[in-house]
Write a protein that binds this ligand. Structure first.
Ligand code: NAP
Length: 584
């Protein structure tokens, strides 16, 4: 007879499902840092649907998602599910697992009770029309990340998963190793193999960002298995050996370059030339590693904002930059000339579908994928593992926590089919990656969603603007415009045509850029119309100040011409805004 509840580590007889289970729960009333948000509780084992499976969890992988779930930001995952009709007022996280199948729904054919499995985190409704018609489930509106967007993840004795999530556990891996690689491995697989003609192939060169990180370490191995050569990017020479043992041909220390970040303005010829020098040096470093002048056919991207300009520049003509995150920021800048003239592809990629997850797992089963597990914790230390992540004090590589397994190192029942070197990270390796945002943060969509509350003090542009427009004519010389600017102590002059219409603005920046490559005399002799930024960004005096600020930040501008009844009447500048919001 089944006991009502089994102690942790006391394995129920195969196929016997107790009424209750031990689990780490997050509840809304204790949202906050991981050591407080996660608490041990006992809850009922969930019932399963016809296409679902109950897995007895031996070990679970640790990912950032559940740091965010515990904080309750940017999404209250529990509230979101309650709103969608799920009654549970708690969240059991965990998006990576290894374990044993204990119960299967009546439609399940791919696994049976007793199978040792690993679990990928992609869930979707099998009755979704898109999926039924053969569409990639990753594009289904029902797609969810199990253990973050869904409840009943792997931080419990039993987890409820869809049968399609279950894949054979590599016999040569112990429970914790098997629980650590699927989320990152499958994501890397789709990035490298999921994009048609640009998929990685024998002879290709792949540039891998964060080669010693969770995704990068998988990408190096996946590229190697495809017969491609990879160049790994890292932040220190102490990680070279690690990446090369995984299969990289060579590594580049990103700290040797300083051109990272958003692109300089294309009119900024000096800044652009400097950037070009930096990025060419970076390209030359890639050639040096390769021993030939070749560009990467594929760039494996996730830092985002600081690296995308370089990634696109160094990518081969017709090649692809595949990106799955923006760890350093989301506003990536692209010099479109390189994108269109050299016909490169910037491809977004997110997790992986069932087929791709299994293709990745095939590599692991064949012994060709090291899980790169760097640290494993006991069940009791699950919140500490998340707290380390929260504080950015965790090691690189993939982390796991024991759930049902009673000791470290259990569960391996065979030798790896092939011997590959098992690399170790540099001693005292400390994580220095900026906190990545949750990969499943819901994006604003076209569909009507929750009402958004905007806090605003209601100030209007007219409360702060400077009345009167200082202008010049299109044919005035730059020298004349400069004098006006200096004498009136302003930062820009509006260019008005003979009909009194504002046709452009000459800003200080425009003047400085006009001087580049010219003598002062040549620059002074130019006409305002030649250097002005054409068009005139305007706002109405009755506009909310916050809206005007959004217009300026969105267009990277520092001022707007203010209109009343469509007539220019003044100027509002960032200086005015700073004076009000900080200097007041
Ligand atoms: P990770 O283990 O923290 O590795 C990230 C790597 O990025 C680090 O090893 C670091 O290596 C490098 N890095 C840090 N700052 C950088 C910078 N300014 N410029 C260039 N490289 C930098 O994280 P991960 O597991 O690989 O995940 C990476 C990102 O992908 C995260 O944002 C994660 O949330 C996201 N992700 C997305 C999906 C998806 O399906 N969309 C799935 C998994 C992960 P060095 O310091 O040695 O350069």
């Amino acid at each position: 007879m089944a006991k009502e509840l089994y102690n942790l580590g006391e394995m129920p007889p195969l196929g016997v499902i107790p009424k209750q289970m031990h689990a780490w729960l997050i509840r809304p009333e204790r949202f906050g840092k991981p050591t407080e948000a996660f608490q041990q509780e006992v809850v009922n084992v969930p019932p399963i649907a016809d296409d679902e499976v109950l897995v007895y969890v031996m070990a679970a992988g640790i990912n950032y998602n559940n740091v965010w779930a515990g904080l309750g930001i940017p999404v209250n995952v529990i509230g979101a599910r309650n709103k969608a009709g799920e009654p549970e007022d708690f969240h059991i996280g965990g998006s990576d697992a290894s374990g044993i199948v204990y119960k299967v729904g009546k439609d399940v054919t791919n696994v049976k009770v007793g199978d040792e499995v690993v679990v990928h985190c992609g869930q979707y409704n099998r009755n979704c029309e898109w999926v039924k018609s053969g569409g990639d489930p990753m594009y289904s509106p029902t797609f969810r990340i199990w253990g973050y967007e869904t409840n009943w993840g792997s931080f419990a004795q039993f987890t409820k998963v869809q049968a399609q999530q279950c894949m054979p556990k590599p016999k040569h891996m112990n429970w914790e190793e098997a629980a650590s690689y699927v989320l990152v491995g499958a994501t890397a697989w789709r990035m490298l193999h999921g994009w048609g003609a640009n998929a990685v192939k024998k002879g290709d060169v792949a540039l891998i960002w964060g080669g010693a990180g969770g995704l990068g370490s998988m990408a190096i191995q996946i590229a190697k298995a495809a017969g491609a050569t990879s160049v790994a990017m890292v932040s220190g020479e102490d990680k070279f050996d690690y990446c090369m043992k995984l299969g990289a041909k060579g590594c580049i220390n990103r700290n040797k370059f300083d051109h990272w970040g958003m692109l300089p303005h294309w009119k900024d010829s000096v800044g652009y030339a400097k950037w070009l020098k930096g990025v060419r040096g970076f390209g030359a470093a890639i050639w040096e590693v390769l021993g030939e002048k070749r560009a990467p056919n594929l760039v494996f991207e996730h830092p985002g904002e600081t690296t995308i300009p370089s990634s696109i520049f160094v990518c081969e003509t017709g090649g692809m930059v595949a990106v799955c995150a923006g760890t350093t920021g989301y506003n990536a800048t692209v010099d479109l000339r390189y994108l269109w003239m050299r016909q490169k592809r910037l491809q977004g990629s997110h997790f992986a579908n069932t087929e791709q997850s299994n293709q990745m797992n095939e590599l692991a089963l064949r012994g060709l994928l090291d899980p790169c597990m760097s640290r494993v914790f006991t069940y009791a230390d699950l919140p500490i593992a998340h707290q380390l992540m929260h504080d950015n004090k965790h090691p690189h590589g993939n982390m796991a926590v024991l759930i049902g397994a009673t000791e470290f190192g259990l569960g391996a029942s065979g030798k790896p089919p092939v011997a590959i070197p098992h690399p170790t990270l540099p001693k005292d390796d400390v994580h220095n990656t900026p906190h990545p945002y949750p990969m499943s943060e819901p994006l604003p969509s076209v569909a009507q969603a929750e009402a958004i509350t905007i806090a605003d003090d209601g100030s209007l542009v007219r409360d702060l603007m400077h009345r009167g427009i200082v202008s010049c004519s299109p044919d005035d010389t730059v020298g004349t415009a400069a004098k006006i600017m200096i004498n009136k102590e302003i930062h820009a002059v509006v260019v008005m045509d003979s009909a009194g219409k504002a046709i452009g603005v000459v800003s200080q920046t425009d003047m400085v850029l006009a001087r580049q490559g010219r003598t002062p005399e040549q620059a002074r002799a130019m006409r305002a119309k030649d250097i002005m930024t054409p068009g005139c960004a305007t706002c109405d005096a009755g506009m909310l100040l916050s809206d005007a600020v959004s217009q300026m930040t969105g267009r990277r501008m520092h001022r707007l011409v203010v209109t009343e009844n469509d007539q220019p009447v003044g100027v509002i500048s960032m200086t005015d805004v700073v004076r009000k919001i900080i200097g007041e």
